[in-house]
Every structure is written in structure tokens, then in C-alpha cells.
Design a protein around this ligand. Structure first.
Ligand code: PEP
Ligand code: MG
Length: 761
């Protein structure tokens, strides 16, 4: 059964094309069985789809009797097709009838076949059906045929997903079939919502702009400036709208950045340069924008690479005005779920706030501005839903589950009812959480623990204050460095830090010295290493470049002047000598500033415990400084030898691993022996279940992102310290993170806090 190399590729392309062009799923299935039968040179090819009763229904065949289509229904337990489905892997047999799971259907005409190959049709790890080929001859199928069938099945999965949305599958499998199969993406903003999908498209296509040379460059310049003016006015109007929508001022800063991009030299100069060279305005714009986009896309920092989208969005807006393309629609249904290939922050801002209920974006991540904005507005968002049938979804009912990153299109009445219930409960929960704003995080039996916010962007300050944080437990100073094309000067840094100290007057602010390296590379300070996470990062860089460290510490001291709430934190400490060196530099700065007349108030110095070496020297470190702060993200990465950014091993990254918990417990004990405080500031602190364990360990404060804080507070206020201690004892003895997670989830459920684990209450 020979199909090799080019022939296979050619056939695949043809199948993809034919499936895409097919007007209905039925026709697509018929075309596939024909093409596959020809390509693999087999005697029969059939497609089975799984229905809502988990039966595999024959939907198309060439080689079996046509009368069997729609009538042959095979169970998961008793058939070879069912076995392929339940094992979710190919089954290749030279004599199918002798297999114990072989089930003969009298009218199917199957009795003549011996060779059998079935592959599952999988979409996002769910089995939608089975594609099978059969041969009269008793032979096993070759490797090439197996991989060909797997590839075709993947194409088929997409077609089925799209057909489900159009109602084709329901029609084919009979009324009542509703798979309620979610499409999976990334949880961009928590919450659940039901609504009507409104698909939005970018207004103009930058990539489609042709190159064109002109002689009247002055006229092109004039056109460009006029278009930019209009965009500037549009954005200003959007800013006003956002204000009316009660989007916090700090989140509107995103759009101020758009205005800055319009006005700042970089991009504009580049566009003008191309116009001077004779390019027409649209072409010059395209070139300059795509160049900028590329630079940002290549940045390793996920926050910065997402900025590429903002630049493209801005470019598209200018282009639309150059081309006189009309804007997006102005009519939105109540309960609009905004859906798009790449939803931008401006597309989102165009929907009247009272009508916007959720966002679904095919591209983007939870670092995208649109996700940041959705969180600020408190609406659910699911990002990066790669298999989303965007062309078919406009006007359909959808459910968006921003907790689990799931989207359901045309949900069944039962599922919709369940989600309506969850939305009601969710609203009750939000009211309950809001009412805790000014309440302390205190256990039922009276143990309190301060909850602080992790911030890094000025736009985080608003949400941090709003969520009831009692201070800043970790201010990551990298962002101002990452978004520039050179090191920010002392004055620039001062201005930024000052806003943080002012906003949190009277509350502690922990500001971390520059932690670049690892996955945070500066475009203007390249670090090329084989193993960046084990390389030149954090304090290692700044001690090698005291000029950078000294300027930053000067800016920090000056910014905190008169506030008495300064805590300086040193990242990636591995050796006691690093602390000694940093202390010397800090004292030098303090002395110089005093001589210059700056008032240096009381301040505390702390080190991050995020390297295993620091865990084992926690006692000595505690003696050297005023406080310890555990970065559980890196500590988990280094203890478990799991790259924190590698999706391949993401399932192994779990801070509830007993070794991580033991390390944390050890650090807390060491610090307390010397009367020093310990804060936990990695993502773990924002996980309500894990926070219970950290409280029981004796952590003195927890610092987390603003969105997690109310839920952590709610959890703490519903446990007793005694319950937490018991859970901790079990967790420390546990054999795995999974067991601990299950136990904690059970405990949360038992006391009615299931709403922390999923939608609802
Ligand atoms: C950590 O490593 O846990 C931490 C808080 O620092 P960052 O995530 O910035 O590396
Ligand atoms: Mg870290």
C-alpha cells in the first residue's frame, strides 16, 4: 500500500483544500473517504463520528455498504472502532476478525476484510470519531500509511469543529446531539459569561499594502500627518469613553502609550525616512510598522513581545485612515461577546461597556493588553483559542469560562442553564469579596497575615489599591528597563518609583533591584548564553555593573524620601558575599545622598530566596539582612529542575511538591530563629489553596497579583489556623503534589469554597 513522499504531500494538500471548500460536513466526509481510499490503495475507507451517547456512528464509507451509513452504531466497549476511540491511538491489525473486540454488523459487508487500521480523530485531546481503512488482504499497514491517516484525521477534526458550529453535526447525528465540547484557550481574565458572539476584524490589512514609488513626497507626508492626526483624535475620544466606562486611570495609560507612540520619534522618523526615499505613505507606514513589530515579536519577555500587537494595531488604524476604510460596526447586541482573530485593546474599547460581557481572542496571551484591560474591567476573557471557527460564529450563543480558558459555542439548554446558575453565584461571590475590601486576612480563630500586591507596571497600581492590598510586597523594576531602547536614567527611574511610593504612602513597599537575565533580556544589553536561567542574571549582573546598580539605588532612595516605607530586595542571591557587596554599595549611595541633602529614612534590606543554595544558607542570610522573601517561581524551577517557561514540562512545575514545601518550611524556621520576617512573593502565594499552607508554615506576609488577592483573603477568612496546620502536616508528608492538591481542593469544597477552584460559589 505505497504512498510516499511528494505523493502524500500532494494528496494531503488536495484533501485540505477539498475539505475547506466543501459546503457541508457530509460532502467533506465523502470526499475524504474517496481520497484516502485512493491514496492508501485500500479496499475500504470509513469515517465514524462519536455521538452524545458515546456511540460511534458510521457517517461515510467507500467499501462498506452505503445502506449501513447512519445505521451502524458501535459502542466504546465492544468494537474495534470503540477501542481506537478509548485508547485514543492508532490500531493496526493484519486480521481484524480474530481480534476479541471485532464486532460484525451483518448488513455492512465488512466480512471480506482482514487488514484494519483505525486512527482517532482528536481535537484538543478529545475524541470526535475514528477514521478507518480496511483491506481484503491480511496485512498490517505500513508506517507511511499510519502517519498519513493521522494527518488526515487532524484536518478532519478541524472540519468537524467548524461543522458543529454550523449545526451540521447535529443534523447528521440526529436531533438532540449536542456535544457541548469546549474549545480550549488560555484563561485571560477570570469569570464566566453567556452572550452573543460579535466577530470583529482589523479595519485594514497592512500586509496587503503594495510597494509603490512616488515623486511628490511632500503630498505623501501631508496625507500621513492628516491620518495620524485623525487617529490621535480617535484615541483621545476612546480615552474619554474608557473614563466613562470607569476603567481605572492607570489602565487607560495603555492608550496614552499609543499617543506616545504616535508622537515619539522612533516610528514616525522611520516612516518619514521611507517617504523621503520615495515610498508612498501607505508603503512607508507598512515598512516601518512591520519592522517595529518584528523587533518586539522577537523579544523573549512575554509582556514585551505582546506589545507587537499594539504597534500593529496602531499601524492598521493609521492605514485605515489613509485608505478611507470605514470603522467597525456601531451596533452591538446586549451581552456582546467580542470575538476576533486578534482582539486589540482599541477594538475592545469601542464596545459600549454596558453591552460588553466577555472577550475571546484567537491569538494573544494573558499578557496581551486586551487581557489586562478585561481584568481591569472585571469581564471574563479567553485568549489564544487556536482552533476557534471564527468564520462561523458571528451571532451565535456562546459561553465564556475565563477560569478554565474554555469557550462553548451554541451550548445545549442544559449547559446554558448550568452556566446561568454559575453566573448568579459568581455575582454573589463578587459582592461577598468586595465587601471584604477593608477587612483583614484573618483566620476564623484569629491568626492574621498581611496580603500585599506584586506590581511592575504603573498600570498595576490602580488594581492593587482597589483589591485591598496592604502594601507592595514585590515591585519588579524590570519593566521600565525592558520597554526602553537604553538604560533609563536616574531621573526617569525616580519619576516612576515615586508614583509607587506615593500611591502606597504609609504602607510597606518592597522594591526589587533590577532582575534581568534569564527570560528577561534587554534589547540594548544582549546576554547570549546557552543556559540563561543558570547564567548571568539578577544580582550577578548588577554587581558586575555597579554603575547600573548605583543609579537605581539612588533613584529608589530619592523616590522614597519622606515616606519611610522603603524595603529593598535583592534577587537571585546564591552567595553570602553577594549580600555583602550589595550592602556596601547601598551604604555608599545612602552616604552620598545624605551629603547631598536627601533625607534617608528608615529602610529595610531583604534577599530573595529563590535558589536552593539560599535555602540551605537561610540562617546565615537571615543574620545579614532584615527580611527574607521567597520567590517560589524560581525556587520551584530550580528545586524541581523544571524550566518555568517550557510548556513541555509545565505539568511537572508544581509548588505543592513536597520538596518545595519542605524547603519553604525550613526557610521560615531559619528566619524566625533570628527574629526576621519572611514573605512569600511567587505565584504560589496567589493560589488560595497554597496560601493556606503558607499561613500554617508561619509566613509573615503573602504577596500576589491584584486579581488573586480577594480570593486568597476569602479562603484565609474561612479556615481555622488549626485546620491549616493539619493540612500542612499532611502536605509535608505527602508523596506528591497531586495528592496534596486533591486534599486541598476537598478541604476547600468541604467548607463551601468551591468557587475558588472554578466558576460559581
Ligand atoms: C519568583 O521567582 O518567584 C519571583 C517572585 O520573581 P520573578 O517571578 O520576577 O522571577
Ligand atoms: Mg525570580
Amino acid at each position: 500500500m505505497p504512498i510516499v513522499g511528494n505523493q502524500m504531500l500532494g494528496t494531503l494538500r488536495r484533501i485540505v483544500q477539498e475539505v475547506n471548500d466543501a459546503p457541508t460536513l457530509e460532502i467533506a466526509l465523502q470526499r475524504i473517504v474517496l481520497r484516502v481510499k485512493q491514496a492508501v490503495e485500500v479496499d475500504a475507507c470509513s469515517i465514524y463520528l462519536r455521538d452524545s451517547e458515546q456511540m460511534y456512528v458510521l457517517m461515510a464509507t467507500l467499501g462498506l455498504n452505503q445502506t449501513a451509513v447512519g445505521r451502524v452504531r458501535l459502542g466504546s466497549e465492544k468494537s474495534l472502532i470503540g477501542l481506537v476511540g478509548s485508547r485514543a491511538e492508532p490500531i493496526n491489525l493484519d486480521d481484524a476478525p480474530s481480534h476479541e473486540r471485532y464486532q460484525y454488523f451483518p448488513d455492512s459487508g465488512e466480512d471480506v476484510y482482514h487488514g484494519f487500521l483505525g486512527v482517532p480523530i482528536l481535537q484538543q485531546s478529545q475524541v470526535l470519531g475514528v477514521l478507518a481503512v480496511q483491506a481484503v488482504e491480511g496485512v498490517r499497514f505500513e508506517e507511511d500509511s499510519v502517519s498519513f491517516l493521522i494527518t488526515v484525521a487532524a484536518q478532519l477534526a478541524n472540519a468537524i469543529t467548524h461543522a458543529e458550529v454550523a449545526g451540521d453535526v447535529e443534523r447528521l447525528l440526529g436531533k438532540g446531539h449536542r456535544s457541548d465540547r469546549p474549545l480550549l484557550g488560555l484563561a485571560g481574565s477570570a469569570g464566566v459569561a453567556l452572550g452573543t458572539a460579535v466577530v470583529v476584524y482589523p479595519m485594514a490589512d497592512l500586509n496587503a499594502v503594495p510597494d509603490r514609488m512616488v515623486s511628490d513626497t511632500a503630498a505623501e507626508e501631508q496625507q500621513l500627518m492628516a491620518a495620524m492626526d485623525t487617529v490621535r483624535n480617535d484615541i483621545k475620544a476612546l480615552l474619554v469613553r474608557l473614563k466613562e466606562m470607569k476603567v481605572p486611570e492607570d489602565d487607560r495609560v495603555l492608550f496614552e502609550v499609543y499617543l506616545m507612540m504616535l508622537d515619539s520619534g522612533g516610528m514616525l522618523d522611520k516612516i518619514l525616512e521611507y517617504i523621503q526615499q520615495g515610498h508612498w505613505a501607505a508603503g512607508a507606514l507598512k515598512k516601518a510598522v512591520l519592522e517595529h513589530v518584528k523587533v518586539f515579536e522577537e523579544m523573549e519577555d512575554p509582556y514585551l513581545s505582546e506589545r507587537a500587537l499594539d504597534i500593529r494595531d496602531l499601524g492598521i488604524r493609521i492605514l485605515a485612515h489613509l485608505q478611507n476604510v470605514p470603522g467597525q460596526k456601531s451596533e452591538y447586541p446586549d451581552e456582546t461577546v467580542l470575538v476576533g482573530e486578534e482582539i486589540t485593546a482599541t477594538l475592545l474599547a469601542e464596545v459600549p461597556s454596558q453591552k460588553l460581557t466577555a472577550v475571546v481572542s484567537v491569538r494573544g496571551s494573558n499578557n496581551s493588553h486586551v487581557a489586562i484591560l478585561a481584568r481591569a474591567m472585571g469581564i471574563p476573557a479567553v485568549m489564544g483559542v487556536t482552533d476557534f471557527p471564527i468564520r462561523r460564529v458571528d451571532g451565535q450563543n456562546v459561553i465564556v469560562d475565563g477560569y478554565q480558558g474554555k469557550v462553548y459555542i451554541k451550548p445545549s439548554a442544559t449547559l446554558a442553564k448550568e452556566y446561568v446558575r454559575l453566573v448568579v453565584e459568581e455575582n454573589e461571590l463578587i459582592d461577598e469579596l468586595d465587601s471584604l475590601h477593608n477587612e483583614p486576612a484573618i483566620t476564623v480563630d484569629g491568626t492574621t497575615i498581611p496580603l500585599y500586591a506584586n506590581t511592575g507596571l504603573l498600570s498595576d497600581i490602580g488594581p492593587s489599591l482597589k483589591c485591598g492590598a496592604e502594601g507592595v510586597g514585590l515591585y519588579r523594576t524590570e519593566f521600565p528597563f525592558l520597554i526602553r531602547d537604553r538604560f533609563p536614567g536616574e531621573e526617569e527611574q525616580y519619576q516612576i518609583y515615586r508614583q509607587v511610593f506615593e500611591a502606597f504612602k504609609g504602607c510597606p513597599v518592597v522594591i526589587r533591584s533590577l532582575d534581568i537575565g534569564g527570560d528577561k533580556a534587554l534589547s540594548y544589553f544582549p546576554i547570549n548564553e546557552e543556559n540563561p536561567f543558570l547564567g548571568w542574571r539578577g544580582i550577578r549582573v548588577t554587581l558586575d555593573h555597579p554603575e547600573i546598580f548605583l543609579v537605581q539605588i539612588r533613584a529608589i532612595f530619592r523616590a522614597s524620601e519622606g515616606n519611610d516605607n522603603l524595603n529593598i530586595l535583592l534577587p537571585m542571591i546564591t552567595n553570602l558575599s553577594e549580600v555583602e557587596s550589595a550592602k556596601r554599595l547601598i551604604s555608599r549611595v545612602a552616604k552620598e545622598l545624605k551629603e547631598e541633602g536627601v533625607k534617608i529614612g528608615r529602610y529595610q534590606l531583604g534577599v530573595m530566596i529563590e535558589v536552593p543554595a539560599a535555602v540551605f544558607q537561610a540562617e546565615q542570610l537571615a543574620c545579614q539582612v532584615d527580611f527574607l522573601s521567597v520567590g517560589t517561581n524560581d525556587l520551584t524551577q530550580y528545586l524541581l529542575a523544571v524550566d518555568r517557561n517550557n510548556p513541555q514540562v509545565a505539568h511537572l512545575f508544581d509548588s505543592l511538591h513536597p520538596s518545595v514545601l519542605q524547603a519553604l518550611q525550613h526557610v521560615v524556621k531559619c528566619a524566625h530563629i533570628h527574629n526576621k520576617k519572611v514573605s512569600i512573593c511567587g505565584e504560589m502565594a496567589g493560589d488560595p489553596a497554597a496560601a493556606i499552607l503558607l499561613l500554617a508554615m508561619g509566613a509573615d506576609s503573602l504577596s500576589m497579583n491584584a486579581a488573586s488577592l480577594p480570593r486568597v483573603k476569602w479562603a484565609i477568612r474561612n479556615f481555622t489556623h488549626q485546620q491549616a496546620t493539619q493540612l500542612l502536616e499532611q502536605a509535608l508528608q505527602s508523596d506528591s503534589a497531586t495528592t496534596t492538591r486533591e486534599r486541598l481542593n476537598l478541604a476547600l469544597n468541604d467548607i463551601g469554597l468551591g468557587g475558588l477552584l472554578r466558576a460559581g460559589k
